[in-house]
Design a protein around this ligand. Structure first.
Ligand SMILES: C[S@@+](CC[C@H](N)C(=O)[O-])C[C@H]1O[C@@H](n2cnc3c(N)ncnc32)[C@H](O)[C@@H]1O
Length: 211
């Protein structure tokens, strides 16, 4: 299974957004136009936190948080936030499927992360529990179509990283998200008008669940 801490401990990992690059922050802006600018926003499985950094700059009145299981990436992000004087951006170590934080947020954003989590149902419960009443969860997850696509397209190391998806161990579908949250789902890509973007093809599905 992918060892993320080991990955980030190697010097010079790429400070990239794993899906969609910096454009993902523009899409979040469109999402904010739709739902209103949140008081707080939490990215779970934030990695190098490209989206949290851009949002913290663009929305100084929004408290932005990033959580990741890797201490190294959390520390690197925290140092970078301090260097940049971003007082509204904070990071902490926390991991799915059971988040330790008991804070609640207007928006909980979990993109390109559930692919690596063994118990997706518990993870969704935990993520949704962290959403404040009236808030939203944005959730990208692997389904059977992801498995088929990754099986056709990925090889070598990449196959090993996506072992849980390729073995079918952590696949879910939209009905599971609805069952676990007890709420309706909407297609995030459609909502932010990104259906035609090339990267979306390998990042389906992504849903919004209101609380
Ligand atoms: C592919 S990266 C995505 C990073 C970021 N969300 C993005 O879209 O650029 C996956 C991230 O999820 C983190 N991760 C993996 N399993 C996790 C877990 N169980 N709980 C929290 N974070 C996890 C990894 O450390 C890694 O930073």
């Amino acid at each position: 299974m992918m060892d993320w801490e080991r990955f980030y401990r190697r010097a010079d990992y790429d400070r990239c957004a794993y899906i969609g690059g910096e454009q993902m922050a523009d899409l979040v802006e469109r999402f904010f136009e739709w739902r209103g600018v949140p008081d707080d926003f939490a990215s779970v499985g934030c990695g190098p936190a490209v989206v949290p950094f851009l949002l913290a700059e663009r929305y100084p009145d929004t408290e932005v948080f990033g959580f990741d299981l890797s201490e190294t990436v959390v520390q690197d992000n925290a140092e970078k936030a301090e260097e940049q004087g971003l007082d509204n951006l904070r990071f902490a170590v926390d991991s799915l499927p059971n988040l330790d934080t008991d804070e609640k947020f207007d928006v909980v954003y979990c993109v390109a992360t559930l692919y690596f989590v063994e118990e997706p149902k518990r993870a969704i419960e935990s993520l949704y529990a962290r959403v404040r009443e009236g808030g939203h969860l944005v959730l990208n997850y692997p389904n059977e179509t992801s498995r088929e696509q990754f099986d056709r397209e990925f090889d070598g190391r990449k196959r090993e990283s996506f072992e849980l998806v390729l073995s079918g161990a952590n696949l879910i579908n939209e009905d599971v998200v609805r069952d676990v949250t007890g709420a309706e789902t909407r297609n995030y890509w459609e909502l932010v008008d990104a259906e035609e973007e090339a990267f979306v093809d390998s990042a389906r599905p992504c849903v919004v669940v209101e609380k």
